[in-house]
Design a protein. Structure first.
Length: 173
């Protein structure tokens, strides 16, 4: 495996603004690292189709959120970085937290295909009721969607899910 960039090298090449989450190239060394004609002060990287901001340094692509962690904390996270508000290109340090894969899965956003408006709540056409199913466990059926959502919220809280789990992602977080 290729050696990864360290904090000192990163800080020589890029400036990171923790309040905006934006990386900018420093001087000519930065443009050589990118392998392009980037000028000092140019925003580094681009947003990929996955929604994540990525930056190429010495022909290796890094996720900007992982670089933000390295820049701020001195090392790459052991496992994953969670974007707390669900916005994959919001790399402000206050929006990032180092987590395990299991912890990251407890802060998922509502899928576009969700029809109930809340994760874990779905319509049961056989019983004409709203059902709550979380982690393959059934938590009941309810006449009203609001009762089903209340139950799902209760279960997620008991199971230690992040408070943002299941929310729709908006530009405001």
């Amino acid at each position: 495996m290729d050696a990864q960039i360290n904090q000192e090298q990163l800080k020589e090449l890029l400036h990171y603004d923790p309040e905006t989450g934006v990386f900018r190239w420093k001087g000519t060394l930065g443009s050589r690292a990118k392998g392009s004609r980037a000028k000092a002060g140019d925003v580094a990287g681009s947003t990929y189709s996955t929604g994540y901001a990525c930056i190429r340094i010495f022909n290796k692509v890094y996720y900007a959120h992982r670089l933000a962690w390295l820049y701020t904390c001195g090392e790459f996270p052991e496992d994953q970085i969670d974007h707390i508000n669900g916005l994959r290109d919001d790399n402000r340090i206050i929006n990032l937290r180092a987590v395990t894969q299991a912890e990251n899965a407890r802060n998922l956003r509502l899928r576009k295909s969700n029809t109930s408006g809340y994760i874990g709540v779905g319509w049961d056409p056989e019983n004409n009721k709203w059902k709550v199913q979380i982690l393959k466990a059934n938590y009941g059926r309810f006449k009203s969607k609001s009762d089903a959502i209340a139950k799902a919220k209760e279960v997620y809280k008991e199971l230690g899910f992040h408070e943002n789990h299941g929310k729709r992602v908006t530009a405001n977080g």
